[in-house]
Write a protein that binds this ligand. Structure first.
Ligand code: PBG
Length: 325
């Protein structure tokens, strides 16, 4: 049976039919809005390489979150920029730091909002690495205690989900053990299980005023050439107690997302990172492509590859676009 009997175009005849046979859905509640939070008050600072994305002081977050919620986005991911940085990431454990404050502020005003927090020390260290430095090396085991305490602080402040993004070995287990020991058995861990050493994080480092002051992240983040290793990272984080696994970046790693979808029985998250956002925005500003259509297509592709949820700087904009508002 083939042409003229088989005519795939019949299933594309009109919008109604196309919507009946559409295989993948994308709704605003799939999206997670990242928020960059700074100390101080009354601040809304633009980020050069990320048009329409800002750093906010805690008191400025309310309208931003209201806007996201009104489009149907239900979750945010908080990143903190401390006032001071040092070798030991002291400010990562400050209950009055931007993230714990933002969590309390948001949970008070929006109890149903899913508040997630990034757990990583790179924004808090003067050297800009995601682990403590010993000599020229990034020391794995001495970092775990700080990460677990940071996660506990966020949980105590009211975070629903803590999301370790450091790529130290064993950190999911260390976080789960401390959370459970302190009675936070219901706090979820969204693990950046499969995080590649990617050039696509460039604009984020601009946004966070972070980034390694020497060397790079390739002794802890994954080699972009590796695929089997992703399965191992995913398995380990699952065994250590992760509730949700993340693949990051998203679009250049759709094959990895698909591999995980076929092998792991946990929900998957993908992070459409700053460089993916910046590229789509820049091309749009030049009139080289339609940013809204291209970002929708990227997000649908990420869902098709296997992600339940997507962290994206387009969250609010796309949510309103989908709602027709
Ligand atoms: C590290 C962290 C990074 C991102 C999220 N968490 C940067 C890095 O690993 O260098 C990148 C997010 C993005 O590019 O949008 N705490």
């Amino acid at each position: 049976m083939s042409f003229p009997i088989e005519r795939p175009r019949r299933l594309r005849l009109n919008p109604g039919i196309r919507s009946l046979v559409r295989e993948t859905s994308l709704v605003p509640s799939n999206l997670i809005l990242p928020l960059f939070v700074i100390h101080g008050s009354g601040k809304k600072e633009p980020i050069l390489s990320m048009p329409d994305v800002f750093r906010y002081s805690v008191d400025m977050l309310e309208p931003v979150v209201k806007d996201a919620l009104s489009g149907g986005v239900r979750s945010v991911m908080l990143f903190g920029i401390p006032e001071t940085k040092d070798e030991e990431a002291t400010q990562a454990l400050n209950p009055e730091g931007p993230v714990p404050k933002a969590v309390r502020f948001l949970k008070e005003r929006f109890p149903d909002l899913v508040v997630m927090t990034d757990v990583c020390i790179d924004e808090y260290t003067s050297h800009g690495h995601c682990g403590f430095v010993k000599g020229e090396k990034i020391d794995n085991d001495s970092t775990l205690d700080c990460l677990a305490k940071m996660a506990l602080l966020h949980a105590r402040s009211g975070a629903d989900v803590v999301a370790p993004s450091d790529m130290m070995d064993g950190r999911v287990g260390a976080i789960r053990t401390l959370l459970d020991g302190e009675g936070f058995t219901d706090t979820l861990i969204l693990s950046y299980a499969v995080k590649y050493a990617s050039a696509f994080y460039g604009p984020f480092r601009d946004a966070m005023m972070s980034g390694p002051q020497f060397g790079d992240r390739s002794t802890y983040q994954m080699d972009p050439a590796n695929r089997v290793e992703a399965l191992r990272e995913a398995r380990l984080d699952r065994e250590e107690g992760a509730d949700i696994l993340m693949v990051k970046p998203a679009l250049p790693y759709l094959d990895i997302l698909r591999d995980l979808r076929e092998t792991v029985d946990l929900p998957l998250c993908a992070y459409q990172v700053s460089g993916e956002y910046a590229a789509l925005m820049a091309a749009g500003k030049n009139g080289w492509l339609d940013t809204e259509r291209a970002s929708l297509e990227s997000l649908i592709s990420i869902r098709r590859a296997g992600a339940s949820m997507i962290i994206t700087y387009f969250a609010t904009r796309i949510a309103h676009l989908m709602a027709g508002s």
